[in-house]
Structure formats: C-alpha cells, structure tokens
Write a protein that binds this ligand. Structure first.
Ligand SMILES: [Zn+2]
Length: 107
C-alpha cells in the first residue's frame, strides 16, 4: 500500500526543516523533506539554502500540523529565566536581564 504524502510546512531554511523533521520523527511520524539536496552529504548543513518543504503521510497530516502549531506557538511564548526568574518575550534567545540562554523547553 502506497502512502500519499502531504506537504505541511515550508521551512525558510534547511536547519529549520531538519528541526521540524526531528520534532515529527520524535512523535513517531514519517517525514520527507524536499527542496534541498538530500544526497549522501554528511555533516554541516547550509543554513540559507532554498526553501525546504516538509512532507508527511496524508493520514498523519492532522497530527503533524498540531505538532507544528505547538512548535510555532512555542517560539512566541514568553519564557522564564532559570537564573534570575525574569520573564522574557519568546523571540529573545537569552534573558535581557542577566544574559542567561533561553532554556530548551520541549523535545
Ligand atoms: Zn535572567
């Protein structure tokens, strides 16, 4: 039986695409990426290649979209600094008060 694939996201770069791929695979979904040279290249990924599309089997598309919605919301969510307790806006990667790196929340 052949799975039909559905594009659920267009990432701005390869790094983001692979981040999402990891997120979805962690949830048990099969993931394909298109738009980059997937060859057998190992190691460093260029951060600014063309847009990369993320695909999942059609039957998993709803679940995948939910996961991505959580990912996008998480990017904007306020977070509390583990060092000084200051609340920071989601777009900041470190605490504006004391400079501590934003903690890795999910995954
Ligand atoms: Zn802080």
């Amino acid at each position: 039986m052949t799975s039909r694939w559905q594009q659920i996201y267009r990432a701005g770069n390869s790094l983001e695409a692979h981040t999402l791929k990891g997120l979805l695979e962690h949830a048990g979904l099969a993931v394909r990426l298109t738009g980059e040279n997937l060859g057998s290249a190992a190691g460093e990924l260029p951060a600014d290649v063309v847009q990369v599309s993320v695909w999942v089997p059609e039957q998993d598309a709803v679940k995948a979209r939910q996961l991505l919605a959580g990912y996008e919301t998480g990017n904007q969510r306020r977070w509390r600094c583990i060092s000084c307790g200051e609340e920071n806006e989601g777009q900041f990667d470190w605490c504006w008060q004391c400079g501590t790196d934003k903690p890795e929340t999910d995954a």
